[in-house]
Design a binder for this molecule. Sequence first.
Ligand code: PMP
Length: 384
Amino acid sequence: MRPAERVQQVPPSGIRKFFELAEEKEEVVSLGVGEPDFSAPWAARTAAIDSLERGKTSYTSNRGRAELREAIARHVEQWDLEYDPDSEILVTTGASEAVDVAMRAFVDPGDVVAVPQPAYISYVPGITFAGGESLPVPTHQADDFALTREGLESAGAADADALVLCFPNNPTGATMSEAELAEVAAFAREHDLTVISDEIYAALTYEGEHTSIATLPGMRERTVVINGFSKAYAMTGLRLGYTLAPADATDAMNRIHQYAMLSAPTTAQYAAVEALRSCDDEVDSMRREYDRRRRFVISRFREMGMDCFEARGAFYAFPRCGGDDEQFAEELLEAQEVAVVPGSVFGEGGEGHLRISYATGMSQLKTAMDRIETFYREEWAGRL
Ligand code: PMP
């Protein structure tokens, strides 16, 4: 069978390719996957089990259980986001589905979507599947990987139809302050851009407060906010996310969701209500642990002589290895059995960097950092 043109356009995931290599080895320490090493909080797991015991195995309403949408509405008030649970919240199968329905609901064939890069790997394929074209907008370490008006202008984003944002960022760990976001918001208003803002790492902000662009003047009506339970609640396998958007935009996304997905996983929805109700302390302690690891990893890179940007959110460090990042990652895996992701997988501006996930236990992390240091000092630095 011949796959459709737009499917053929999308290459297989660069991260996956790398992990297949890693799987062939035995003693590999992986700092590769962007997935918490914790399990979901026990109370959330218990609620899921309890729902199964009570036979709650049917579909839910398309938009998600009302109780969950109400809990989400209360939860996002901490970021000054106010959305009506009945008409402005859609529960999805992970933030991944939210990205997909947002692209398909707002991107027409031929539309241009500006994507700040380095970027999380699902945006560009999502735009292609929707028939749109992506426009890379490079971000730079000199600007702390924040998106700037100059960056948007020089990439030609004034002519784009939509803009994707992801702060705190995967893969850089960058965050954006309210003042920085205000520049981007002004640009979006001037050029009438729809904004798709993936804020899945909002709760994993270590310095300063998370600000959502949707809270800035004139932005609520043009923004879809995406969030989910995978990261902060360590619920990746439960596959639950959500969108926040004005009622007509939510209706548009639900039109796709109701046919493509029907409803998000029921068991996970029970877990999520409990997670929002009673698990703040556990989320807090996971965040404190990530923060401890963040400081450790960044200081280790700096001590060994690698330039390492001060990541302020998510659970990634993005050091500069100098030289070819793919070669570094391949040789590191070969020589020291540590898996990291080459920065160039994340698009423009990622070359020469490595993405290090510190969602890994401290003892593994120490082993990995020792091995990286040995490789860097003994085999790599001499060649630079
Ligand atoms: N957005 C970003 C920025 C991510 O890093 C991830 C997960 N790696 C997702 C979305 C998808 O998350 P989910 O598990 O909720 O589909």
